[in-house]
Design a protein around this ligand. Structure first.
Ligand code: PLP
Length: 435
């Protein structure tokens, strides 16, 4: 069954009378990969100059749109359409600024074995394929998009699995790509069972845009495979309320009914969702569909994304419009992924106005300024990480033996470090020279 007239019309143009619109393989087989097909199916016509620029763009960053996602474009006002902007290229992608990088997050540098990015102490990112149902124009891994060479074999994936097995600190494995749901059912089953079998892996996460761009991929068979590997968390990637449709709602409901906690990661994109009202509308629709907003990303410094970037101030403004103004669980954490591989850094408006040993002055979302009186009776606990002799109760089997690092280490009573000093600090070098 097809839900609307636009989709019926498109289906008939693609394959007269025979359409299997809701068959995800049919959708992929008929993905729009050329300018000509795009023009034919949408009735949109570009002038010669623009066509030439677009062709160059697609040579560098290929085009691929599912018929379903194409059907969400309002062809009458496509220049302002959020789906069009995310799916169809723009000649601006050919502009590369000095500050932009091919691999802004240094994912390739932080890779101990092919396909794994190990950035945080207890979790890894595993790139399980390079294929996506739709090539997002704002992709942070644009450098790899359409790299048909990279569809890792079981043997290659096994190297990553081996690394996880040999690294007991890893308790959380995040499958990403490409889109993990683009793998065949059988390979997903195999991959999840291999990872699930590793005793120290406590949870598996899947990052996917399938519910947004190819919701029919969420089949009963896929869901029944996934159900074998709980606890499994699924994060999707909706950026605009127009992406929440009857079809995507059905896919989300299947996943939520099967018991997977659902999250959403959005990217803040200029002229797509850089508006507090659009963002709030999206977040409300997500929670109505049992999806918990997780992150709102500042757009990365990837090559060809400059036209999508907003100032950080726009993100702070959006967070200001959400905190206090809507349900706490409807708002994401706004983060910037540190260029060079420093990981995600959370950003928010400031709520602490001032501080003394006795009182903290705070402001709320309405601008009310209030004070919190600190306790008189708090007995400072000096923690030397000797949990056995501490009056707080922690089952010693559950103690995380890792040492404090970073700022946590500076705060720790069990550690004498008083400062963190950048490498090659000149002042420190002078000290050494003076010895
Ligand atoms: C985002 C990311 C993770 C997961 O981070 P969370 O904050 O736990 O969601 C893990 N590894 C890498 C390399 C990442 O970029």
């Amino acid at each position: 069954m097809i839900y609307n007239a636009t989709q019926r019309e498109l289906a008939d143009k693609i394959e007269p009378g025979l359409s299997n619109w809701k068959d995800w393989k049919w959708q992929l087989k008929h993905s729009i990969k050329s300018l000509e097909t795009f023009e034919y199916l949408t009735g949109i016509k570009f002038d010669d100059e623009e066509r030439e620029g677009l062709k160059k763009t697609f040579e560098k960053f290929p085009l691929s749109i599912t018929p379903y996602y194409l059907s969400l474009i309002n062809t009458k006002n496509y220049r302002n359409d959020p789906v069009f902007k995310q799916a169809f290229g723009s000649v601006e992608e050919l502009i590369t600024l000095k500050s932009e990088l091919r691999d802004p997050l240094s994912e390739d540098k932080d890779s101990p074995v092919e396909g794994i990015t190990h950035r945080y102490p207890d979790r890894v990112l595993m790139h399980v394929s390079n294929i996506c149902a739709m090539y997002c124009r704002h992709c942070t891994r644009k450098r790899k998009v359409g790299d048909v060479d990279y569809v890792p074999s079981k043997k290659q994936l096994a190297k990553g699995i081996e690394y996880i097995r040999n690294t007991p600190q890893i308790r959380d494995v995040l499958l990403s790509g490409g889109d993990p749901f683009m793998l065949p059912d059988e390979k997903i089953d195999w991959l999840l069972s291999e990872i699930h079998d590793i005793p120290h892996v406590e949870i598996i996460r899947i990052g996917t845009r399938i519910p947004v761009v190819l919701p029919y991929r969420v089949t009963d068979n896929l869901v029944s495979i996934l159900k074998k590997y709980q606890p499994l968390w699924i994060n999707t990637h909706f950026n605009h309320p127009n992406e929440i449709t009857t079809s995507s709602k059905e896919a989300l409901a299947k996943l939520a009914d099967a018991g997977f906690p659902l999250g959403n990661q959005s990217v803040l994109l200029a002229d797509v969702n850089d508006c507090p009202r659009i963002m709030k509308c999206l977040l409300h629709k997500l929670v109505q569909n049992r999806v918990r907003p997780y992150y709102l990303y500042q757009c990365d410094l990837s090559e060809g994304l400059s036209h999508f970037r907003t100032p950080i101030g726009k993100g702070i403004e959006i967070m200001e419009s959400l905190i206090g103004h809507t349900s706490g669980f409807a708002r994401p954490i706004y983060v910037i992924d540190a260029p060079g591989g420093g990981g995600k850094i959370p950003l928010m408006p400031n709520y602490i106005i001032s501080w003394s040993t006795n009182k903290v002055v705070l402001r709320n979302y309405e601008g009310v300024i209030t004070t919190y009186k600190e306790p008189d009776s708090y007995e400072p606990k000096k923690c030397d990480r000797d949990c056995e002799n501490c009056n707080l109760e922690l089952n010693l089997n559950e103690v995380d033996e890792s040492e404090a690092i970073g700022i946590e280490k500076l705060l720790s009573d069990a550690c004498d470090t008083i400062s963190l000093i950048p490498e090659n600090n000149e002042r420190m070098q002078r000290r050494e020279d003076n010895v």
